[in-house]
Structure formats: structure tokens, C-alpha cells
Design a protein around this ligand. Structure first.
Ligand code: F6P
Length: 413
């Protein structure tokens, strides 16, 4: 490699997104990049010429190791939708002027399906104008909803956090008197895909009975049937645990979170903020059945819990970062790195690359056959799929009793 590399992070962060950043940095340096720049807050920051020279922050092996264990986007992230090329050529001219000025050879973007839209548009523009830069995407999202990759970095660690915390919540609830009825509803992220919520099933084992019901967005949610189920369960046991996706919808397509008031916020890609479904359902159970209820929203904890990250996930995140630089350096553009599952037992994976046009803006959902007939739990196939992804741990570097993170002060307004 003769020129420079620039890398950005985009969309919702994960516990391992910085492990991909570390993988990009390491491989770029190993392949001879003169400089590795980091965009502050993705493409949005780049447009304001906000970037850093990463070697000012990653100075040695310890920094690489700490970065791999640092949650959230080290460089800052954004949810910024580039206009279609024919709508606003000026914005593309501006981006390519900046890339030329920085002598960028490889542009690497770590993100989910919306972020792959950015790679798609920039590589299309480069193709149209004959620009030499190569554009490659690194998959990332706790939602695990990217097409053509077996799974996405970030999913395994979020799944591990969800399963662990669900076990702990169940222990807490079951510790009370057998005479005290309580229904606990746990709300899990994932938008329109139930991959994360299904991971609550992992809580079940020889030391835990697991949750009683799991509701994914792939199956329309019926409030009356749900209340019936809960009543039926309470007739047999005093504590009931339910995992629901933030994105569960009624038959008419209304999100349960909207029925409950929710939030009016909509992002640049038209995604509504989904929040409050557990609180809504917990209140409904309290009013109709008349027992104690609790709503637990894992919210951002599930994507930032690097203290509980999966070793498999951290290692794969690092691997896909490196694979993206290699692909771009070898001439690929308009591509995203994917993870292929080579074998399940023992678990082995490898990287490949796919045309980003087949991935951007698509949502991979949980197959219907991996959800039981009633739509109230996931099947063994689902559990076999997710289990290997949560294996192993990656202990934090502890300083003064707390995990140490690599720190880059975020810009204020
Ligand atoms: O895209 C990942 C994700 O974590 C979704 O699961 C969730 O709906 C969304 O981001 C929340 O985004 P924000 O924190 O920007 O509201």
C-alpha cells in the first residue's frame, strides 16, 4: 500500500466495534499505510473535515488491547444518510476532495445496513467518476440483521449480556416468597429482527428455568392472547418472566411501543425510536391481572457491556476489520466483508466479501421455522446457531477497580 487509509464508525455502537477499528489499524500499518486516519462521527464529521491521525492514540500493543475492550464508537458515530448521487453531486465532490487531499487509498466504514448504503453510494460515485479510492464495509450491529453474513460482530457479545442479565433477573425474581406473584417483562433491542431477543432463551440451563415466553417482531403480537398466556402461567407459578423485542408489532403493523405512547423520534433513515413496550405491557398486566409487575429495558447496556464481551466476537470483529483493509488494498471496492460459519462444532469461521449492493438497506430476519408455532419461544436450531457466538471471555484491563478504556474526548456542539 502506498497511500493512506481512512476509517469511520457509523450507526448504533456495539461492545466490539472498536475491536474492528483495532483490526483496521493493525492491518493498514502492517500493509504499509503511511497514515491511518479516523473520521470523527463517520461521514458526517468527515464532511466537516473532522478526523484524527490514529497513530496519535494507538501507540503500542497495550493500546490495541485496550481499544479491543473499549465499548461504543471510539471515533464517535453518526446516523447520516447520504443523498442519492443524482440529487446532490456537490456533497460527493466535497467528500472526494477531502479524500484526495488526505491521499486516501482505502476507505473503510464499520457499520450496519444503513451504513453500507454509504459504502454503496461512495463506490458508485468513484466508479462513475473514475476515482481511484477503494470502499469496503466492515459489518457491525448488535441487531444481527445484515444479509449474506452468517452473523454480525457485536451480536455475540450483546447476546451474552442479554442471556447473563436475564439469568440474574430470574434469580432475583425467584428469590422472593412463592406466595408473591410477579410478572417481569424484559425489553430487548433489535428493531424489526428478533435475533437479540431470541438470545434470552440461552438463560435456560441446569441452574436456571429460563424465561417463560419470548416474543419476536417476526410474528404479529396479540395482546389478548399474551394476557391469557400470562394468566395461565400465574395459575401454576408465582413468577413469570417474558422477553419481548422492542420491535414487536400488532397485526395492523403498529409497534406496541407506539400503542404505549413511546417516542416520536425518527432518525435520518426513517427508523422510529422503539422504546417503552415493556412498560406498556407491564402496566397492562398490572391493571388487568392485578399483580406486581416490573419492566426492564436493557437499552444501551446491551450494546456497551464490554466487561461481558464474547471472546469469539472480539476476535471476529478484529478479523473482519483486517480483512476489509486487505480486500481494499487488493483492489476490491463496493464490497462488505462477511463472516462464513465453516463449522458449528467445533465452531470455526472465516471471512469472505460480498457486493454491498446486495446487502445495503436489507434486513435479515429470524427464519419463521426457528420460532415455535405459537410465536412464543425460539427453537433448538436458533439456540444452536447463537450458542457458539457467546463463547469465551476477554477480561478487561482493570485500573483502580474499573475497566480501562481508550479515550478520545468527544467534540461538544
Ligand atoms: O441499530 C442498532 C440499535 O441498537 C437498534 O437495536 C436500536 O433500535 C437502535 O440502535 C437504537 O438506536 P439509538 O440508540 O440511536 O436510539
Amino acid at each position: 500500500m502506498h497511500g493512506n487509509v481512512i476509517v469511520g464508525q457509523s450507526g448504533g455502537p456495539t461492545a466490539v466495534i472498536n475491536s474492528s477499528l483495532a483490526g483496521v489499524f493493525r492491518t493498514a500499518i502492517d500493509r504499509g499505510a503511511k497514515k491511518v486516519y479516523g473520521m470523527r462521527n463517520g461521514i458526517q464529521g468527515l464532511l466537516d473535515e473532522k478526523y484524527v491521525d490514529l497513530s496519535n492514540y494507538i501507540k503500542n500493543e497495550l493500546d490495541i488491547e485496550i481499544l479491543k475492550r473499549t465499548p461504543s464508537a471510539f471515533l464517535g458515530t453518526c446516523r447520516y444518510k447520504l443523498p442519492a448521487i443524482h440529487e446532490d453531486q456537490e456533497i460527493y465532490k466535497r467528500i472526494f476532495e477531502i479524500l484526495d487531499k488526505l491521499k486516501i487509498e482505502c476507505f473503510i466504514y464499520i457499520g450496519g445496513n444503513d451504513s453500507m448504503d454509504t459504502i454503496k453510494k461512495l463506490s458508485d460515485y468513484a466508479m462513475l467518476t473514475g476515482a481511484s479510492q477503494k470502499f469496503v464495509g466492515v459489518p457491525k450491529t448488535i441487531d444481527n440483521d445484515l444479509a449474506l453474513t452468517d452473523h454480525t460482530p457485536g451480536y455475540g457479545s450483546a447476546a451474552k449480556y442479554i442471556a447473563t442479565s436475564t439469568k440474574e433477573i430470574i434469580r432475583d425474581g425467584n428469590g422472593f416468597s412463592y406466595k408473591k406473584e410477579q410478572v417481569t417483562i424484559i425489553e430487548i433491542m433489535g428493531r424489526n429482527a428478533g435475533w437479540l431477543t431470541g438470545a434470552a432463551a440461552l438463560a435456560k440451563g441446569e441452574d436456571c428455568e429460563g424465561v417463560d415466553l419470548i416474543y419476536l417482531p417476526e410474528v404479529p403480537f396479540d395482546i389478548d392472547k399474551f394476557l391469557e398466556k400470562v394468566k395461565h402461567l400465574l395459575a401454576k407459578k408465582s413468577t413469570v418472566f417474558v422477553a419481548i423485542s422492542e420491535g414487536i408489532k400488532l397485526k395492523d403493523g403498529t409497534y406496541v411501543s407506539e400503542a404505549g405512547g413511546g417516542s416520536d423520534y425518527v432518525d435520518a433513515f426513517g427508523h422510529k425510536q422503539l422504546t417503552g413496550s415493556a412498560t406498556y405491557l407491564a402496566n397492562l398486566v398490572a391493571h388487568t391481572i392485578g399483580c406486581k409487575t416490573r419492566a426492564v429495558e436493557f437499552s444501551t447496556l446491551q450494546r456497551s457491556a464490554s466487561h461481558l464481551a464474547s471472546r469469539t466476537d472480539i476476535n471476529e470483529a478484529f478479523m473482519v476489520g483486517g480483512a476489509a483493509v486487505k480486500a481494499a488494498d487488493e483492489g476490491d471496492s463496493g464490497m462488505m466483508v462477511v463472516i462464513d460459519r465453516v463449522s458449528n462444532d467445533p465452531y470455526q469461521s472465516a471471512t469472505g466479501v460480498y457486493d454491498v449492493h446486495r446487502i445495503a438497506n436489507d434486513e435479515k430476519l429470524v427464519p419463521r421455522e426457528w420460532i415455535n408455532k405459537e410465536g412464543t419461544y425460539v427453537t433448538e436450531d436458533f439456540i444452536d446457531y447463537v450458542s457458539p457466538l457467546i463463547q469465551g471471555d476477554y477480561p478487561c484491563v482493570m485500573v483502580n477497580g474499573l475497566p480501562r478504556h481508550l479515550y478520545l474526548k468527544h467534540d461538544d456542539k
